[in-house]
Design a protein around this ligand. Structure first.
Ligand SMILES: Cc1ncc(COP(=O)(O)O)c(C=O)c1O
Length: 449
């Protein structure tokens, strides 16, 4: 191992086991295209688009140039009571890509802030309509909406909530998860049918949760169209359509958290397009700037904005309609990065490429990993796939973690999530990278069996 000539004492690593890190450091010092360069001079394939962010690959010159130009033109200006020209441009492009009348973009800096922003808009909107009693939120088991108190409360990954459960939002319920591990363990390109006779996950919402909370008290339901962080789980056919109908029936807002599925991962602009369902709010982050600079946001349907403006017609013209925002909402440099990224996606037709390469990734994973020791499921959709393993008794997550370490050592970055390993490469991926990623993963699964 190359000598570490920098101080590693002060950076407390997020979502990382810190205690042993120094013994086996994984420090990235450069990146280009599909590859990282590590501190010890090795090339490692970025098999996870660096947390689902770097969709167009690393070190893309048009994005870098746009950022440099923006820095020389307008580095930053206040976000409140004045704004910058680039924020309007980025919002116009993002709204133009979104389906239906998802037209109004509230910027923030991350997926966690997007979650909290969307929940706050839901409360403010209902209050503006005279339904301030609508303050129940419904999330879903295994849901991930970041680490703010709002997102954590509607989130459904037990480990993320454990230490904080005494301080979560008080009026939250969770729907059952939407995956049938017995009948739909292997999913290849196509959404699964829900097996007749097995209770449908939305039955519980309709038959128990909504009657218990009373639908008239529910402000919003928030889901990821495809559940990313816990290990790439897709809904059964018709699930999101039925969820939309339930929300419409009861006047409940539907929020899609598209921090992962937004901007091409499924081969379409958004998951909403892939599934043909338009939510009332759509949260985004990550790939919108290719991960280069933090930017997130919530795209709201026109009627939410109109309602907030209409109710404020009674208040003086200088009164602020929505008391919410961040110092860096619509930061000009982040917005310049977004404009360049969205242009690059279009010029290189990268979303269509993600759809095509996704099929190849799915084929490779199913043919190379099915039947290997401890493999109990494989799920592929869009340009991402997950292989699920049986856990080690008493050591949850250990098998997947060891496989992740072995893959990194062999030159491939995969993502461990519980008992699952995920691949979600940049859209510029080639067949040779797919072969390397899946081959390395297969070898590690066999070796550590
Ligand atoms: C669906 C979803 N929502 C929210 C977040 C949180 O985003 P951030 O880490 O930018 O706060 C993530 C992060 O992975 C995510 O996958």
């Amino acid at each position: 191992m190359a000598k570490i000539d920098f101080n590693m004492d002060n950076h407390w690593l997020p979502f990382t086991p810190n205690r042993g890190f120094k013994d086996n450091p994984r420090v990235i010092v450069g990146a280009d295209g599909m590859h990282f360069t590590t501190h010890d001079g090795r090339q490692v394939v970025d098999g996870i688009s660096s947390l689902w962010c770097v969709a167009a690959g690393h070190n893309r010159k048009p994005i870098n140039e746009a950022i440099k130009k923006q820095l020389d033109t307008l580095d930053y200006s206040t976000a409140f009571q004045a704004t910058n020209d680039v924020a309007f441009k980025a919002a116009e492009m993002i709204a133009g890509m979104a389906p239906g009348d998802l037209n109004k973009v509230l910027f923030c800096n991350s997926g966690s802030e997007a979650a909290d922003t969307s929940l706050k808009v839901a409360l403010a909107y209902h209050r503006a309509r005279g339904e301030g009693h609508r303050n129940v939120f419904i999330g879903r088991e295994k849901g991930y909406h970041g680490v703010g108190f709002g997102g954590m409360s509607v989130g459904g990954i037990p480990g993320n909530r454990k230490a904080f459960s005494s301080s979560l939002l008080p009026r939250v319920d969770h729907m059952p998860f939407m995956h049938d591990a017995v009948n739909n363990a292997y999913i290849h390109h196509e959404l699964p049918d829900w097996k007749a006779g097995v209770p449908h996950p939305l039955d519980e919402l309709e038959n128990r949760i909504l009657p218990l909370q009373d639908p008239s008290n529910v402000a919003a339901i928030i889901v990821e169209p495809v559940s990313g962080s816990p290990g790439w789980y897709m809904p059964p056919k018709g699930y999101l359509q039925r969820l939309r109908q339930i929300c419409d029936k009861h006047g409940i807002l539907l929020i899609f958290d598209e921090v992962i599925t937004g901007f091409g991962r499924l081969g379409t602009n958004f998951g909403a397009d892939y599934f043909g369902v338009v939510p009332d709010m759509l949260n985004f982050a990550k790939a919108v700037t290719n991960g280069v600079i933090p930017l997130g946001g919530v795209i709201c349907r026109q009627h939410l904005f109109d309602t907030m403006m209409a109710v404020n017609e009674k208040s003086p013209a200088h009164a602020i309609e929505l008391m919410h925002g961040y110092t860096y909402s619509g930061h000009p440099v982040a917005c310049a990065a977004a404009v360049a990224t969205l242009n690059l996606f279009k010029e290189e037709n990268l979303f269509a490429r993600a759809g095509e390469m996704g099929k190849l990734l799915g084929d490779a994973m199913h043919s190379a990993l099915n039947g290997l020791p401890n493999v109990v499921g494989i799920r592929t959709l869009g340009l991402a796939g997950a292989v699920e393993l049986s856990g080690i008794e008493g050591l949850p997550g250990k098998r997947a973690y060891d496989i992740f370490l072995a893959c990194f050592q062999q030159g491939v970055m995969v993502r461990p999530a519980g008992e699952t390993l995920v691949l979600a490469p940049p859209f510029i991926v080639e067949q040779s990278h797919i072969d390397q990623m899946v081959g390395t993963l297969a070898a590690a699964i066999k070796k550590l069996a």
